[in-house]
Design a protein around this ligand. Sequence first.
Ligand code: 5GP
Ligand code: MN
Length: 339
Amino acid sequence: MQSISEIYPLLASPKKVVITMHQKPDGDAMGSTLGLYHFLVQFEHTVNVISPTNWADFLNWMPGVKNVLDYERQTVAADKLIEEADWIFCLDFNTLIRTKRMEEKLSNARGLRILIDHHQEPQADKFAYGVSDTSKSSTCEMVYDLIEASGHDDKINTAVAECLYTGVMTDTGSFRFPSTTASVHGMVANLKSKGFEHSKIHEHLYDNFLENRFRFIGNVLMNRMEVFYEYNTALISIPQNDLIKYNITTGDTEGLVNYPLSIKGIKLAAIIIDRGEERKSSFRSKDGFDVNTFARKYFNGGGHFNAAGGQNKEPLEEVVRMFLKAMKENKEQLSNYEF
Ligand code: 5GP
Ligand code: MN
């Protein structure tokens, strides 16, 4: 993988560009891809954004989101765009399998794959150009860095600013995680100076839920959460019936794992959701517990040091058993905790 800076001189010549992201995109995946989209269309490129799957309703206010293709629903059109693309930007994921059913098409594409990502252990040999930096708060910050380093600060318009702010805000937990560096605040200051209303973005993302989600959360916290104090660990496991009963859709479960993490003394929080086709897990940790390694070792997953996820084909009860076993195996690291 050559440095992303090699493409800066090539930005000016028109190309067919596809931008894609990980499945079930979050604010950073959608923000970074659309931010890059609004930047690149200001050159003469033909640019299309493809998501491997659908996404949460709370992202549907974003500028340009109406033109994003959902690979599962628009496979034929998306396949054609991937086949014809000169450049395929891969944002906010480290391994092609994170694009689910798109993996094979991306692997076989004739265009150059370009990585922009902040997850650990990227498949560097799959990309012609790229940048991978786990110290970055968000992929949005990395798209911002690309725009600045290529000398195009003047191309940051309101749409670019709104999209990039969305991802940096969501991936930093509204600017509270340790990844929120001085450079992040510097970036936000510059984006603000381009003129956009940041409080509107917080409203779009966090004050836009339906009542059913809160009834569902009430049930989860009351009936689906277990705390293992001797391991400083809490687990939420959600059967598929709950999702059906409360009419839960993509995005409604996002952030739920943070509730148990905010219990005093909890060092590892986990949520396992039976999505029917698979059991999806999310892990969050505080301090020195590495959930990236934990997710990789036990749950076919990965992510970051303090936020990771995985997926399993086994039934929910079995995945819960696997979690409890894994927790016990890590007792030494989990129980040595100073409050
Ligand atoms: P979340 O728990 O919010 O789905 O994901 C937390 C972090 O872990 C994100 O950075 C996400 O990209 C990563 N992640 C989530 N699920 C998986 C997975 O199944 N495999 C890998 N490699 N990373 C994941
Ligand atoms: Mn991200």
